[in-house]
Ligand binder design. Structure first.
Ligand SMILES: [Zn+2]
Length: 318
């Protein structure tokens, strides 16, 4: 248990790679370009409120060119039964570099993040790898992760924190993280509706409950304590900051209050409040999303004064 309450924020930074099996440039490109705009503005807010965050970054985004993307890729690729899940199968549509293809490359943004105070560049695997999907093996995960570590190292970044794509994790995948030198990973919220499953396990009732849980307290408050097993610390999530919803805008107040109440409760109990989202969640309705984020950070400032709450990124917390 930490000696003081902590706010930790993690972002899954992936651009189009995070959703490529479901969406493409035409259907989701605006959000991806919007994410690029959102990142510097989130960084400004983090700086203004002294917030430290971890940016769990897809390894592909570090690459300066398509040539490097291919060169760093492991020989052993994920053998998902559902071929559309493998991001290695989309290289044909990738442009030459970040300037020509801002949907698939992000090295300038990574440099921007790394240059800001308290911001940690972590990992979200090399290819946005799915650990619980049929056909993949632990060896394939190890190969993918090896490329993520290598490409970050080329930029002088040692990866310590990991976020599993689609939150698909298992103890044997954790062993691979340990071996690769990671100190911590983000776990799932402690409720059956948030339990790790493959894509087919994400049934409609579970997704509906998770949606409703953003507005109404259905699963509890999820203030967390760290859990360390053999040198690898699990930092479970407390809440997902979903994007501003135009159709549910009348519920936005409830959503904000639900998160603030959980933050206060975590502060009361000397716990960690771990909030996460994707930059592309802010890619539409950017101003509305930033306003909500700023209101949450103002609440953090209040808790800093009343409860001594501090902000740490994942590596600092582990
Ligand atoms: Zn992801």
């Amino acid at each position: 248990m930490p000696s003081e309450p902590v706010l930790t924020i993690s972002l899954d930074f992936e651009l189009l790679w995070g959703v490529r099996d479901k969406r493409d440039r035409d259907s989701y490109g605006t959000n991806i370009l919007g994410a690029r705009e959102a990142i510097p503005r989130m960084l400004d807010l983090f700086e203004k409120y002294g917030v430290h965050a971890t940016w769990a970054t897809v390894g592909f985004l570090f690459c300066e060119s398509k040539e490097e993307l291919i060169a760093v890729s492991p020989e052993l690729k994920p053998a998902y039964q559902n071929k559309s899940l493998s991001n290695y199968s989309y290289f044909d549509e990738v442009g030459e570099n970040e300037k020509k293809d801002p949907y698939y490359f992000g090295s300038s943004l990574i440099s921007e993040i790394a240059s800001r105070p308290g911001q940690e560049v972590g990992s979200h695997s090399y290819s946005h790898y799915y650990c619980l999907e049929c056909g993949q093996s632990v060896d394939q995960f190890e190969a993918d992760l090896g490329s993520a570590v290598a490409v970050a190292q080329k930029r002088g970044i040692k990866l310590k924190s990991f976020v599993y794509p689609r939150n698909q994790s298992s103890p044997s995948h954790n062993d691979v993280l340990r071996k690769a030198g990671f100190t911590n990973f983000r776990g799932n919220q402690r409720s059956w509706v948030y339990r790790a499953t493959d894509g087919t396990g994400q049934s409609l009732p579970r997704r509906a409950l998770r949606l409703a849980d953003n507005y109404f307290n259905l699963t509890g408050h999820h203030g967390q304590n760290t859990v360390e097993i053999d040198g690898l610390t699990e930092l479970a999530a407390s809440s997902y900051l979903r994007s501003y919803s135009v159709e549910f805008s009348f519920l936005e107040r409830l959503r904000l209050q639900r998160i603030m109440r959980s933050m206060t409760l975590a502060a009361d109990n000397n716990q960690i409040f771990h909030l996460w989202w994707h930059p592309h969640d802010f890619g539409n309705n950017l101003d509305e999303n930033l306003t909500i984020l700023e209101q949450l950070l103002q609440h953090f400032s209040r808790l800093q004064q009343t409860h001594g709450m501090i902000s740490k990124n994942m590596a600092e917390l582990a």
